[in-house]
Write a protein that binds this ligand. Structure first.
Ligand code: TXA
Ligand code: MG
Length: 352
């Protein structure tokens, strides 16, 4: 994998330099800002007019944030290099993070990637839903290399949110969408969160209210043996039961195939101390179950409730200017695994 990764790195750097030069020649602002001359991001209502406007903007190459059942995504036409570059610009995203292509249905997914047996089984069981499959890309699908960061695999997902489905159908193109937050910050679960981070940097946000799941999708690599690339909104136990086999764990050496797995990615501004049962001096304690805390992920110890609350509470810590955050122990089963994954990343030494 390493060799393949290194081989494509030079190509990507060259591509980015060309793209950046092009943008710089036309304007000092990112493409999304230049073309729509915006200082104001449209907040679109969750009705037919709002969906039609969002789809129109996407087709024109603009960046539009939209709700999914997991978190809000920052969408762009995955076939349009410039539109995808606009996503990286708006987010200040590390260059080599590939993006997930969102489509309305399995037929649309089949135009982009080759399905093997495991993929067919998982798609039938869990799509639409909080599951992303990384599969070998079909040649000639037209997906921008910026979406895959030059890899020969593509991450695809069919979101379950009704508005996302309507938007994807109306847009008629695969929509590349990372979470709609500035890179390295917590993922947004409301339109207000999106605007907090990206107002003035994106064309519009389609306001669908709070997201149900509150954690990003689970990502499974299927181009080789089934591998857990990122725990998320679909518990791995359900996936293993469906496949009748254990998932391989992505190791450090797999990092080039999942370059988004940066050590410090989901980070509030304050420092985090994990597995805390009481607050130390100067700390605010986020509780769970019996550990009460100043605020709690779930007083009843419900992991689904905790997942839905996680990013909102971390954001609240930022909004309140909390510098030292302690977090109660979270069990490592079901969604607890994804919650712990996010918390460990948030607690990791900062890269910036
Ligand atoms: O729930 C979600 O998945 C949300 C919503 C908007 O759908 N999206 C999301 O996207 O979380 P993002 O960009 O924040 O995370 C995508 C992850 C990254 O860690 C990236 O490295 C990984 O997917 N990824 C994308 N394509 C990949 C590929 N070809 N191989 C391995 N990992 C890939
Ligand atoms: Mg993200």
């Amino acid at each position: 994998m390493r060799t393949a990764w290194q081989a494509c790195t030079g190509r990507i750097i060259a591509w980015f330099q060309r793209a950046e030069d092009g943008l710089r020649r036309q304007s000092r602002q990112p493409e999304t800002l230049r073309q729509w001359g915006k200082s104001v991001t449209e907040r679109l209502q969750p009705d037919q007019d709002g969906i039609a406007r969002a789809a129109e903007l996407l087709r024109e190459g603009a960046c539009v944030a939209f709700p999914t059942e997991t978190v809000y995504g920052l969408g762009a036409d995955a076939l349009n290099d410039r539109a995808v570059a606009g996503v990286f610009a708006a987010k200040d995203r590390p260059t080599f993070n590939p993006l997930i292509a969102h489509v309305a249905n399995t037929d649309a997914a089949r135009e982009l990637v080759n399905f093997n047996d495991a993929a067919k089984r998982l798609a039938a069981a869990f799509w639409p839903g909080p599951l992303t499959l990384v599969l070998p890309m079909k040649p000639g699908g037209g997906v921008s290399p910026l979406v895959t960061a030059g890899l020969d695999t593509l991450a695809v997902r069919i979101p379950a949110h009704a508005l996302a489905q309507e938007l994807l159908s109306a847009a008629g193109v695969p929509v590349a969408a990372p979470s709609a937050n500035p890179s390295g910050r917590v993922s947004p679960t409301t339109a207000d969160h999106v605007l907090d981070g990206l107002a003035g940097r994106i064309a519009a946000v389609l306001d669908g209210g709070p997201c149900d799941v509150g954690l990003e999708s689970t990502i499974i690599g299927l181009s080789e043996e089934p591998t857990l690339l990122r725990p998320g909104g679909l518990p791995t136990e359900a996936i293993e039961t469906c496949l009748g086999t254990h998932l391989k764990e992505a190791s450090q050496s797999d990092a080039p195939t999942a370059p988004g797995q940066l050590a410090s990615h989901y980070a509030p501004k304050g420092r985090l101390r994990l597995n805390a049962t009481a607050a130390r001096a100067g700390e605010v304690l986020i509780g769970f179950g019996d550990v009460r805390g100043n605020v709690t992920l779930s007083a009843s110890g419900d992991l689904t409730e905790a997942a839905a609350n996680l990013f909102r509470i971390l954001r609240q810590m930022d909004a309140d200017g909390v510098t030292h955050i302690a977090v109660a122990p979270i069990p490592g089963t079901g969604l607890g695994r994804a919650i712990n994954d996010r918390l460990h990343r948030a607690a990791a030494p900062r890269t910036s």
